[in-house]
Design a protein around this ligand. Structure first.
Ligand code: A3P
Length: 320
């Protein structure tokens, strides 16, 4: 029987995560108790997480972008990867990244949650390229036809795209949830930057309305062109290189990141100074990847999964 080859994952607590991640960090993260001033940025992978993190950091830093990967990850740690210890010591205000479905997400009515979604066609393509690009997945020769099967059957990291989205969609109107759509944010970034600022604190929205230049700087510094240059270099220096034992020991980084760097020493890959983490950042790249048959199958799956919701209205071009 045909068995599609997927990226290197492991199952921990019923959830698929990259094999390179520390299982302990995930387990500890699931037990994290949110604090009243916690802000979470939650997504299914490849739906605009890094973009939203940069917008939030630029707002919190009053118009300045993160200076390095280290600063970025301090201000917006990926909890399942780093473990929750980092969240305890995160400079505040900051924003915690997670990829958890609602039922696994550490939740408190006092904490805030920014959830961003993206159409499943582009999400599938983006996750395919992500898995091929990052050495930890051992998938540089991965084929789209295989990855498509993994995606449509809900066997990717962090579970099933549809269940993830539906779990948060139910909470889209909760007062402590800001629910965003990648395509809408792309079409009118200014409006969503203001929405995010207001959600963080009215003071931030007032600041951006008053300081026109700061708003323009944030739009520039969170544009895909700008982020391609800065973020890809930051990620490359970290996830694209082999780090020596001494270097890893000396690095002032969380255990979860050290776990990944140690894992990378056990696999074969060609070091790269830049990683295409910010790739195209466009809407509709799926048309360059999907066959008519795959398009039809995913469309049918969407119709079945989204029945009774207004989700198809997020993507009128796909669900005409
Ligand atoms: P593509 O692979 O389609 O280009 P995540 O951060 O959740 O991993 O999502 C990654 C996707 O968001 C990638 O999509 C990436 O290019 C896109 N992205 C990153 N920065 C962006 C930006 N400033 N504007 C628009 N899209 C961006």
């Amino acid at each position: 029987m045909y068995k599609p080859k997927g990226p290197d994952y492991q199952d921990v607590e019923g959830l698929k995560i990259p094999k390179a991640f520390s299982p302990e960090c995930l387990r500890d993260s699931l037990r994290y108790k949110p604090k009243a001033d916690d802000v979470f940025i939650v997504t299914f992978p490849k739906c605009g997480t890094t973009w939203t993190q940069h917008i939030v950091i630029n707002i919190l830093k009053r118009g300045l972008p993160p200076e390095s990967f280290e600063e970025f990850q301090k201000l917006s740690p990926f909890m399942e990867l780093t473990g929750p210890g980092v969240v305890e010591t995160m400079p505040r205000p900051g924003a915690i990244k997670t990829h958890l479905p609602f039922d696994l997400q550490p939740y408190s009515l006092q904490a805030k949650y920014i959830y961003i979604t993206r159409n499943p066609f582009d999400c599938c393509v983006s996750l395919f390229h992500h898995s091929r690009t990052l050495p930890i997945y051992q998938y540089s020769d991965g084929a789209f036809e295989d990855f498509f099967e993994i995606f449509i059957n809900g066997q990717t990291e962090f579970g099933d795209y549809f269940d993830h989205l539906l779990s948060w969609y139910e909470h889209r109107k909760d007062p402590n949830v800001l629910f965003l759509v990648y395509e809408k944010m792309k079409a009118d970034t200014r409006t969503d930057v203001l929405n995010i600022a207001k959600f963080l604190d009215q003071e931030y929205e007032d600041m951006l309305v008053k300081d026109v230049q700061m708003m323009e700087n944030i739009l520039l510094q969170t544009s895909v062109e700008y982020m391609k240059k800065s973020t890809n270099k930051h990620f490359g220096s970290f996830f694209g290189s082999v780090h020596s034992d001494e270097d890893i020991d000396n690095k002032n980084i969380p255990e979860g990141l050290k776990h990944i760097l140690n894992y990378m020493k056990t696999i074969n890959f060609k070091p790269q100074s830049e990683l295409n983490f910010v790739r195209k950042g466009i809407v509709g790249d799926w048309k360059n990847h999907f066959t008519p048959e795959q398009t039809e199958r995913l469309r049918r799956k969407c119709i079945q999964k989204f029945e009774g919701t207004k989700i198809p209205e997020f993507w009128p071009d796909i669900f005409k």
